[in-house]
Design a protein around this ligand. Structure first.
Ligand SMILES: Cc1cc2nc3c(=O)[nH]c(=O)nc-3n(C[C@H](O)[C@H](O)[C@H](O)COP(=O)(O)OP(=O)(O)OC[C@H]3O[C@@H](n4cnc5c(N)ncnc54)[C@H](O)[C@@H]3O)c2cc1C
Length: 441
């Protein structure tokens, strides 16, 4: 119980993503109702299992199955739909803007900052107008419909330039999100081509651009080279050490002089800590991340906690080689940090010692489309089908709740039995257009 208070300790979890959901799940199972009340605030009513976003875009998993409904699983928590806009930790108050626009003050005794990251963009002309990220479930659904709708449109245009533009797709960023996204979307579009008399896979142009000299920095350089080679075998163009200079009006200009037109610009070139952190009185590092100790307490406090993409948490496994090392923004850290964070809150409420977070990054596994993948985990390097199978097995095992695991396995089984569903529900992007046309006469 909080000092000087008679009721249960009020725990506020800001953000219901990986860290928010896992922390709240653990807290609700460990704390008694008379010990603490837990409030979780997120603008979305669900947690998104982001590593499955590319598969949801590629049509191998039903998008609803890669999100976890917060109210359904956090039965002992108070789930609020809204956006934290400010935190005054000195007063132990957070401001939440609700969907109807009203702003509410939420008082708390213990704060968990789990606000994640947002796309880190660059001032590239045209990017804000034509680009789209690949981080949310809405973007996953949009991209699947959009790519398939481009094939539909290209199949019926008599204009060769328009057709080339519609069949060109640009992915900016060669990290996890970019490589998995291009792998899944190209695979889906290639499969869909069989249903068009006048579009062959080689008519499409898929381009990946990255400023670095390699892709997938999370795996070894050798596996990065393997990934590029496999993508190129499929006709995907990979431009390394290349910058995107402009995408104005969908006209792409690369730093090596390459130019082409496209209707599809997917931005996956990195993330930065949620900018709302600037609206708090909590300590931030020069990159805008919340400064936390290894015990996941916000520096200089004993009742504010943080984990995940929005934080700078010392990486104790690398501290000897680099004293400034911090944990990378990954699900691998987010899940494990949540466990330690929840345990530490319980320990501190019960007057016990908190413990430090220590995890040696195990490596990574990425899907490159159906039956294709690359894995570099704990020194084990796998390619092709075994890596792809490992990717699916690992992520479905980590997917929260039996319900979601089962639904995803059923999706995969259905896709195996009845092939992939490649219909564009393009109308979803403009659901009112048809009614407006009819209503206007
Ligand atoms: C396409 C893709 C694939 C990935 N694949 C992998 C992978 O294979 N392996 C891996 O380790 N990592 C992967 N990652 C990274 C991983 O998903 C993130 O590191 C992880 O989600 C971080 O967890 P988090 O809780 O910090 O942030 P999130 O899970 O993003 O949660 C942040 C939450 O905060 C909410 N929020 C935002 N603003 C506010 C606000 N103002 N008020 C209240 N709530 C707010 C958001 O709605 C969200 O629910 C991938 C990421 C992407 C995008």
């Amino acid at each position: 119980m909080a000092a000087g208070k008679s009721g249960p300790t009020r725990i506020l979890v800001a953000g219901g993503g990986y860290v928010g959901l896992y922390t709240a799940l653990r807290l609700q199972s460990k704390l008694r109702r008379n010990e603490a009340s837990i409030t979780v605030v997120d603008p979305q009513p669900h947690m998104t299992y982001q590593p499955f976003i590319p598969e949801a875009s590629g049509g191998s998993i039903e998008p609803r199955h890669v999100v976890v409904p917060l109210r359904r699983v956090l039965r002992k928590c108070n789930v609020l739909t809204g956006r934290i806009t400010k935190v005054e930790h000195a007063r132990k108050v957070a401001l939440m803007e609700a969907p109807d626009g009203h702003v509410e003050e939420i008082e708390y005794d213990q704060l968990v900052v789990a606000l994640g990251s947002v796309a880190r963009t660059l001032p590239i002309p045209g990017l804000a107008e034509v680009g789209i990220a690949a981080k949310t479930i809405g973007e996953a659904i949009y991209l699947r419909n959009h790519v398939l709708s481009r094939l539909d449109a290209a199949a019926s245009t008599p204009d060769p330039e328009q057709r080339r533009r519609m069949l060109s797709f640009l992915v900016i960023g060669g990290g996890f999100a970019g490589i998995e996204m291009v792998g899944e979307l190209e695979d889906m579009a290639r499969y869909a081509c069989r249903y068009y008399d006048n579009i062959k896979p080689e008519d499409m142009r898929w381009v990946v651009v990255d400023a670095a000299n390699r892709v997938l920095p999370e795996v070894s350089p050798k596996m990065g080279v393997y990934t590029v080679e496999r993508l190129m075998d499929r006709g995907i163009e990979v431009y390394l050490e290349t910058l995107v200079k402009s995408v104005e009006g969908g006209h792409v200009v690369l730093s090596d002089g390459t130019e082409f037109d496209t209707d599809t610009v997917i931005w996956t070139a990195g993330v930065k800590a949620n900018p709302v952190l600037a609206e708090t009185d909590l300590p931030l590092d020069p990159r805008g991340r919340l400064r936390c100790t290894a015990s996941l307490q916000v520096e200089g406090t004993s009742d504010a906690w943080g984990a995940g993409d929005c934080t700078a948490v010392p990486d104790l496994s690398r501290i000897e080689e680099d004293p400034q090392a911090t944990c990378s923004p990954s699900a691998q850290h987010a899940v494990r940090q949540s466990k330690v964070l929840a345990n530490n809150i319980v320990a501190s409420l019960r007057g016990r010692k908190v413990r430090d977070y220590y995890h040696k990054y195990l490596g990574s596994v990425a899907s490159l489309g159906l039956y294709k993948g690359v894995a570099d985990v704990a020194g084990i390097k796998l390619k092709g089908y075994p890596a792809w199978a490992m990717h699916r097995a690992y992520h479905v095992s980590k997917m929260p709740t039996f319900n979601r695991k089962f639904r995803i396995i059923m999706d995969w089984t259905m896709a195996l039995l009845f092939r992939r569903e490649v219909i564009s529900l393009g109308q979803i992007n403009e659901p009112k257009a048809e009614f407006e046309r009819v209503a206007k006469g």
